[in-house]
Design a protein around this ligand. Structure first.
Ligand code: SF4
Length: 340
């Protein structure tokens, strides 16, 4: 609550200032791409293809091969129905997502990453949440929209793409008309992402690690680098660089998050070089410095401390040196620190 009130107090000035820095899509009146897909009758085919993937699950690059429609469970321990931990307007996301009404976050329970240091360990590892069917999931989206949220922000959606797709027509029929945000860990399959073309207007993947030995050690993922590179290329192909309207709100595009880890473990320099050289120098990047030991992090001595201020500054400098200058400033971070 402390944070919310400070955010409201700081709000309009922050947004106006951003107008002078970012790239803008102009005074564009547009509707989310999924409405056109639905009206053209193409969404139903996507839903069927996605549900087919659940039978021998290959929804994400883990490719567990379990029959989720028969309630078999793979790494993400999620069967035929999605589980949701919480839904609410969120004011702690990046400025272009928050505006004045907040980003409508829906936290999906369980995860296909299972990072040892996860900051939402109870949700991702311990399964806190409740199962929801498509109508209920649609109702959560519509409720957030009606409460004034500027977008619907699915947190950790990679393992429940078919369930989100199935819910979408119900939400559209009930009046949903704000952009969807795909807020994933970056470990997404191309086959699945292609089903999301014109469904999600905003992609917000993490790029967590460069070194596959690191991703293997902390998440049990042997091919994170390759999969994340492929996924971010596909996301950018679909939506391009982040577009921000005259109210300072993201309307479409790619926003990449990168959590800096102690001792340079995340491979920040290589990730920034990849984004600048292979994606776009116009990539909007949030270099995040809030790492602190969570979950099982204290089992790893190198992860058992918070990030140091100079490690974050060095990481930001690396981004600037390769030409990434659309860095999220997260000026609210100072408010967050004060509110702890
Ligand atoms: S979505 Fe879940 S069950 Fe399917 S491949 Fe990924 S981790 Fe395995």
């Amino acid at each position: 609550m402390v944070f919310l009130s400070l955010r409201a107090y700081a709000g309009s000035g922050v947004i106006l200032e951003r107008l002078n820095r970012g790239k803008f899509s102009g005074n564009r009146v547009s509707q989310p791409a999924y409405i056109g897909l639905y009206e053209e009758g193409l969404l139903e085919e996507r839903i069927q293809k996605a549900e087919e993937m659940l039978k021998k699950c290959r929804v994400c690059p883990r490719e567990c091969g379990v029959d989720r429609l028969a309630e078999e469970q793979g790494v993400c321990r999620t069967g035929a129905r999605a589980k949701v931990s919480s839904h609410s307007p969120h004011f702690g996301e990046e400025d272009p997502l928050v505006g004045t009404g907040g980003s409508g976050t829906i936290f999906i329970t369980n995860c296909n990453h299972l990072c040892a240091f996860c900051q939402n360990y109870d949700i991702s590892h311990q399964g806190r949440g409740r199962e929801v069917g498509p109508e209920v999931l649609a109702g959560l989206m519509v409720e957030l929209k009606k409460s004034g949220c500027h977008n619907i922000n699915f947190v950790s959606p990679s393992h429940v793409v078919p369930q989100i797709l199935k819910a979408l027509p119900y939400a559209i029929e009930a009046g949903l008309d704000v952009p969807l945000v795909y807020n994933s860990g970056g470990y997404d399959s191309i086959e699945t992402l292609k089903l999301l073309d014109r469904v999600f207007d905003i992609y917000m993947p993490d790029f967590k690690f460069w070194d596959n030995e690191v991703s293997m050690k902390y998440c049990g993922i042997p091919d994170y680098q390759e999969k994340a590179c492929e996924a971010i290329r596909e996301m950018h192909r679909q939506v391009g660089d982040l577009e921000i309207d005259e109210q300072g709100l993201a309307t479409r595009g790619l926003l990449v998050r990168h959590l800096v880890l102690p001792q340079g473990l995340a491979g920040t320099k290589q990730i920034c070089s990849f984004l600048a050289e292979k994606i776009s120098q116009g990539t909007y990047v949030n270099i995040m410095g809030q790492y602190h030991p969570s979950g099982e992090a204290r089992d790893y001595p190198e992860l058992s401390r918070a990030l140091k201020r100079d490690e974050l500054e060095t990481a930001k400098q690396m981004a600037l040196e390769v030409g990434l200058d659309r860095l999220d400033e997260r000026r609210r971070r100072s408010f967050l620190v004060f509110s702890r």
